[in-house]
Design a protein around this ligand. Structure first.
Ligand code: SAH
Length: 231
């Protein structure tokens, strides 16, 4: 009887502490959106709702969980990082995507940016070059029921031809130039966001818009991303 009581007590404490964590993370997420994202001028409803919904602490290694909602990028292993929340929100807003859209992401990493987009677009295709990261992201997104994200482990330089053209393309690693296959896989009227520049220099986040054969580039801001690597 006493044993049963102790077990019951342990179970109760377990449930209560996990509930407490849920509430704590939700509060941190609400604060993150308010103070880091809305305060810096992001006002697209879809983007804000997605940033409020995606549980960022489930996308970072266990040792960084308590830093998951801080205003900074975090390591995710293999020399890679999950971007600062504001940068994810900014890139999402600048893509200007809508409910029915199909998006290609290059650089799955943890799967966080893909999950943010998958909250409101119809389909996300994402490519990761590091096998271990791609496989872990696949498992994570499956267990979180993001059924509208497909991950391929490959060199994203070539895009994903079978599913092209895309309404939007987001590249989350810095390339020295814009990979031509990505431009050709962009829909007429589509937008691409990509950091361009070398690892040792300041990189520029660029917006590329395609209208017929006309390709327009706009410099958005200076950024620092991990490098776009090749297989
Ligand atoms: N979007 C990610 C963060 C990405 S960090 C997130 O939300 O967590 C950049 C990622 O791009 C790294 O995981 C890196 O391995 C990957 N990467 C670099 N070059 C690549 C390439 N040529 N093709 C696909 N992925 C690439």
């Amino acid at each position: 009887m006493q044993k049963q009581l102790i077990l019951f007590f342990i179970l109760k404490v377990g449930i209560l502490s996990s509930l407490f964590c849920q509430v704590k993370y939700e509060q941190e997420r609400t604060n993150m959106v308010k103070s880091q994202i809305e305060a810096r001028g992001i006002n697209d409803e879809n983007t804000l709702n997605a940033m409020k919904a995606v549980e960022r602490h489930l996308f970072v290694p266990a040792t960084y969980k308590s830093n998951a909602y801080k205003d900074r990028p975090l390591p995710i292993g293999y020399g890679q990082t999950i971007s600062q929340p504001y940068i994810v929100a900014y890139m999402t807003e600048m893509l200007n995507v809508r409910e029915g859209d199909t998006i290609l992401e290059i650089g799955t990493g943890s799967g966080y940016q893909a999950a943010v987009l998958a909250e409101f677009v119809s389909q996300v295709y994402t490519i990761e070059i590091v096998d271990e990261l791609g496989l872990a992201a696949k498992e994570r997104l499956k267990s979180l029921k993001y059924n509208n994200v497909d991950i391929k482990i490959a060199d994203g330089y070539y895009g994903w031809d079978e599913h092209a053209p895309f309404d939007g393309i987001v590249v989350t690693a810095a390339s020295e130039y814009i990979p031509p296959p990505l431009i050709s896989q962009l829909k007429d009227g589509g937008r691409m966001i990509i950091p361009v520049g070398s690892l040792f220099n300041v990189q520029t986040l660029m917006l590329i818009t395609k209208t017929g054969d006309d390709i327009k580039t706009t410099n958005l801001m200076y950024v620092r991303f991990v490098p776009f690597t090749r297989k």
